[in-house]
Design a protein around this ligand. Structure first.
Ligand code: G16
Ligand code: MG
Length: 214
């Protein structure tokens, strides 16, 4: 019996990856190397500081801890400039209808995101009110595939892992859900998300009826 749904943010509710990409690319340029969209795939679902380490590895650079903090801060400021321009129309197709049907069915909604900007993004999209619980990059210490973010979500909802379903677009996120003993709906490519219980394109192809059959 499913009593709660836990949603990843980037790639599930909204495509913030393109803005992360633009900001990381700008940082790469400033540091003197190119950062491609293909490189950006490696940063999905990964924390800000870990993303910076991957970026520096790609550029073949090493920075001091102090320089790293400054670089990550700069990237985040650029990222926020993009985020502030976002419109509710950028919410991915079918998401709002799915949220509404969950509410009608009395199923709880939580956010389980690695982003420290998650609350800001939900406010900009005007959807914070749908969430009974928010767990984000400010409250977790262990990154996906560690299940911490989703286990905290279930606990704050007052539910067990077995009562929750996670929605994820990143491989590490699917692994985190399975490591936490939860069912998981993958949003994206079946080949990449093979550990999910089911993989769909997006919420236009997934209804509450599908949820009940998991
Ligand atoms: C998101 C993105 C990652 C990003 C991370 C941290 O995770 O997928 O690319 O690096 O958040 O974001 P911030 O710099 O805003 O703290 P998720 O878990 O929502 O997919
Ligand atoms: Mg994601």
């Amino acid at each position: 019996n499913i009593k709660g749904c836990i949603f990843d943010l980037d790639g599930v509710v909204v495509d913030t990856a393109k803005y992360h990409f633009l900001a990381w690319k700008k940082l790469g340029q400033e540091l003197g190397f190119d950062f491609t969209e293909q490189d950006n795939e490696r940063l999905k679902g990964v924390s800000r500081m870990r993303s910076l380490d991957i970026l520096l590895e790609i550029g073949g650079l090493s920075l001091t801890e102090e320089e790293k903090v400054a670089a990550a801060t700069k990237k985040n400021e650029w990222y926020l400039e993009y985020i502030k321009q976002m419109k509710p129309e950028e919410i991915l197709p079918g998401v709002l209808d799915f949220f509404k049907s969950l509410k009608e069915a009395g199923i709880k909604i939580a956010l389980g995101s690695a982003s420290k900007n998650a609350v800001l993004i939900l406010n900009i999209l005007d959807i914070k009110g749908y969430f009974d619980v928010i767990v984000d990059g400010n409250s977790v210490s262990k990154a996906k595939p560690d299940p911490e973010v989703f286990l905290q979500g279930a606990e704050k909802l007052g539910l067990t892992a077995e009562e929750c379903v996670v929605f994820e677009d990143a491989e590490a996120g699917v692994e985190a859900a399975k490591n936490g003993g939860m069912r998981c709906v993958g949003i994206g490519e079946p080949a990449v998300l093979s550990k999910a219980d089911v993989v769909v394109d997006g919420f236009n192809a997934f209804t509450i009826e599908n949820l009940k059959q998991l």
